[in-house]
Structure formats: structure tokens, C-alpha cells
Design a protein around this ligand. Structure first.
Ligand code: COA
Length: 381
């Protein structure tokens, strides 16, 4: 079919409002402002289930029984260590290398090193997914320590993904509150329908390319400020504001300059992002626990001021910023934290796409010239 066949009224810039496929992994209900994971409202899961349980739910379709959870946890623990070539590669990189670019390269390298890279059977994808989900906190913590010039640490068994990450980054056991906070963050960001990075992963999978290519591309997509990098940009915004007294001035200047408030607005949710209230609550508790509520206070007042000025709701990235900051995570690592959480969602979508694949190939409305006559090189002006 000629792409010319597309009628102008059918063009939806940014695919806004377009239903591009079916999924039973998560439902982003923009009108009711709900996020559902495999039938469970996130409010039902948060504070009750662990990230491991939710990861299992997203990946395999149902909450695990006690025996399944034990097996899943053992699988994750046994595959958390970084392969020596990944460590060696990381150590060749400059300390200033961007964390997301580094993560993208490490995931790609995992594919290069996997002899079964091109096996696209569901069993093989599952095996790769488990390995990648297990190792992602180790990779991100290693990136953080490499940047800080600190020796890399090895994961120890017996703790979950969140506590493992915090130990591997900081070199000391997190408090139960810190571990629970990051666990909840991972749950809340684990999946989100056909967001840009997930759709990217599905598009790559649609060509029957391999798991690692899909995840590498997803990391690249998440890297953008309109998607995953918004959490880092939100922290930079809070830092630039610096104090509650500066909020009004910042808001007015941003509006006058026609710039965006990072961590505000959403393509799908027409009201409050259902994840944001949980993240806000956790950020508040973490701030109080360290006796430093400045970043939370600025965030809360900014939320009110932007609402007054532009009626914009906060999104997932807004309170992620102060939450991650209170966990001692450097701002430059923020987007890799999003990737840590989303690895399970990406993997579930790769599996779902591969299980019932159809090449993803939309049309484009050509708006360039036609019927031009060829001009030989010597006659071109
Ligand atoms: C997420 C986002 C890309 C969705 O954008 P979108 O659906 O394409 O919405 P649009 O860009 O069409 O914006 C619609 C209107 O809201 C405004 N708007 C949307 N988000 C805004 C923001 N964060 N700050 C200021 N204005 C914003 C736009 O300026 C536009 O206003 P106008 O009609 O007066 O020009 C957008 O809200 C944004 O850039 N947010 C900041 C980045 C961010 O937090 N990303 C993480 C998303 S989870």
C-alpha cells in the first residue's frame, strides 16, 4: 500500500490517542487516573507486595505463591553478579561518561556476550529477562561507584533488589525505611502501558530482533528529558530554585520564557498521576527521617504554585526527584534508577509482543515535493 493513501485527518502527531495494540500487562486509564498491573490497582499492591512479587506478577501474569516467590528470589539472587567482561568494559570508560549511555552500552554488551543472543524463543527471552532484571541494580550501582572513583562491590544474597542496590551503591546496609522506599519506587515505575521506551522495545521485538536489542533501544528512549530524564531535570529544577522563597520568581520566569516545569503534565492522565501521591508520601517520610525536609517542602510548594499558575498536575517524575535524593542517589544516576524499575515492564512487553507478533509499521503522510526533475551534478546551483 502506498503511504500516500493516508488521509491528512488520520495523522495523529505523536500517535496521540492512537491504540497501537493490545496488552494484558498494565492499564494506564487516563480518564479515571488509575494504573492497573495485571488486574490489580497499584493502590492494592503498594505497601503490601514486594518489588519481587510485583515483578513476578508483571512478567508471569499472576502473583507468586510462597514457593514460586522463593524460587524467583533465588533465581534473581543467583544471577545478580556482573560478568567480568562488563566490569572490565566499565573500567575502561571515563568517570564522566553519562550513566544512561553507559547502561545502554552495558546492556548491548550483554547481548554481544550471550551465545544465545539470537534465540528468540519465548523460553530464551524469559531466561535473558530474568538475568537482566537480576543484574540491573548491580550495573547501575557499579556505574555510580565508577563515576565516584570507588571500588565496585559484589552483591550478597538474602536481600531484595532495592536493598541490594542501596548496599552496592553506598557500601552499607540501608535502613528498613530506605529499603522499603526504594522497593515502592521500583513497584510504582515497573510498568506503564505503551510509554515511549516500552513501545520502542515492542517495535524492535516486532522485527524479530533479539531481546538485548529491544532493551538497549528502550534504554535509549528512556534517556530523553520528555521521558525518563525528567526525574533528573526535576531535581535540577529544585536545586536551581534552592528555597521556597524563590518559587514564585521561578514559576513566573519559566512561564515568561515558555519553558516546561519538569515532572508536570502527562500525555495520558487527564488528572492526577496515580503514582505521584505514593511517591510524595514516601519522599516526605524519607525527608523527615533524615531531618531535612527542604527538598520536599520546595516540591510541595512548587506543586501548588504550578497548579495555581497553569493547572498542571505533577507526574511520576516530580516526587521521584526528592525521593531518590533522600536515598543518597546522585542526581546523574536518577534516570538509570527509572531503568532499574522499568526493566521488568520492558521484559514483560518483549515477551508479550514476541508471543503474538506482528511487525509494527505505521504509515507516514508524505508532505514533501513531488515530480521533481533530475538535475545533473554539474548543473545544480
Ligand atoms: C509529558 C509531556 C511531554 C506530555 O506532553 P504532551 O501530551 O505532548 O502535551 P503538550 O506538549 O501538547 O502540552 C499541552 C499544553 O500543556 C503545556 N504543558 C504540558 N506540560 C507542561 C509542563 N511540564 N510545563 C509547562 N507547560 C506544560 C504545554 O505547554 C501546552 O500548553 P499550550 O497549549 O498552552 O501550549 C509534557 O507534559 C512535558 O513536557 N512534561 C515535562 C517533562 C516530563 O515531566 N516528562 C515526564 C513525563 S511522565
Amino acid at each position: 500500500m502506498s503511504e500516500q493513501a493516508t488521509q491528512p485527518e488520520q495523522v495523529r502527531k505523536g500517535l496521540e490517542g492512537v491504540v497501537a495494540g493490545e496488552t494484558s500487562i498494565s492499564d494506564v486509564d487516563g480518564h479515571r487516573c488509575q494504573l492497573i498491573y495485571r488486574g490489580y490497582h497499584i493502590d492494592e499492591l503498594i505497601g503490601r507486595a514486594s518489588y519481587e512479587e510485583v515483578g513476578y506478577l508483571l512478567l508471569f501474569g499472576a502473583l507468586p505463591t510462597r514457593a514460586q516467590l522463593a524460587e524467583w528470589t533465588t533465581q534473581l539472587e543467583s544471577q545478580r553478579a556482573m560478568d567480568p567482561p562488563l566490569t572490565a568494559f566499565l573500567q575502561t570508560l571515563p568517570k564522566a561518561a553519562g550513566p544512561m549511555a553507559t547502561l545502554r552500552s552495558l546492556v548491548s554488551l550483554m547481548g554481544v556476550l550471550d551465545p544465545s543472543e539470537n534465540d528468540t524463543s519465548l523460553e530464551s527471552i524469559k531466561r535473558k529477562a530474568v538475568r537482566t532484571i537480576a543484574v540491573i541494580p548491580t550495573l547501575v550501582a557499579a556505574i555510580g561507584r565508577h563515576r565516584a572513583g570507588q571500588p565496585l562491590l559484589s552483591p550478597t544474597p538474602g536481600v531484595g533488589q532495592a536493598a541490594t542496590f542501596l548496599y552496592l551503591l553506598h557500601g552499607k546496609e540501608p535502613t528498613p525505611l530506605q529499603a522499603r522506599a526504594l522497593d515502592a519506587y521500583f513497584i510504582l515505575l515497573a510498568d506503564h502501558g505503551f510509554n515511549a521506551s516500552t513501545f520502542t522495545a515492542r517495535t524492535v521485538t516486532g522485527t524479530q530482533s533479539d531481546y538485548y536489542s529491544a532493551i538497549t533501544a528502550a534504554v535509549g528512549s528512556l534517556k530523553g528529558p520528555l521521558h525518563g530524564a525528567a526525574n533528573r531535570k526535576a531535581m535540577e529544577m529544585l536545586t536551581e530554585i534552592g528555597s521556597v522563597e524563590q518559587i514564585e520568581h521561578y514559576v513566573q520566569r519559566t512561564l515568561a520564557d515558555h519553558k516546561r516545569f519538569m515532572g508536570f503534565g502527562h500525555r495520558v492522565y487527564k488528572g492526577a498521576d496515580p503514582r505521584a501521591k505514593h511517591l510524595k508520601e514516601i519522599a516526605k517520610r524519607l525527608g523527615e527521617s533524615v531531618g531535612e525536609t527542604r527538598w520536599f517542602d520546595i516540591s510541595e510548594r512548587l506543586q501548588e504554585a504550578v497548579w495555581q499558575a497553569k493547572k498542571l498536575y505533577i507526574n511520576v517524575d516530580f516526587y521521584s526527584a526528592s525521593l531518590l535524593h533522600y536515598l543518597g542517589i546522585p542526581t546523574e544516576l536518577f534516570t538509570t534508577m527509572f531503568a532499574c524499575a522499568r526493566m521488568v515492564g520492558w521484559s514483560a512487553h518483549v515477551l508479550e509482543q514476541a508471543a503474538d507478533n506482528r511487525l509494527i509499521r505505521p504509515l507516514a503522510l508524505y508532505i514533501g515535493p513531488r515530480e521533481l526533475k533530475f538535475v545533473p551534478l554539474d548543473h545544480r546551483k
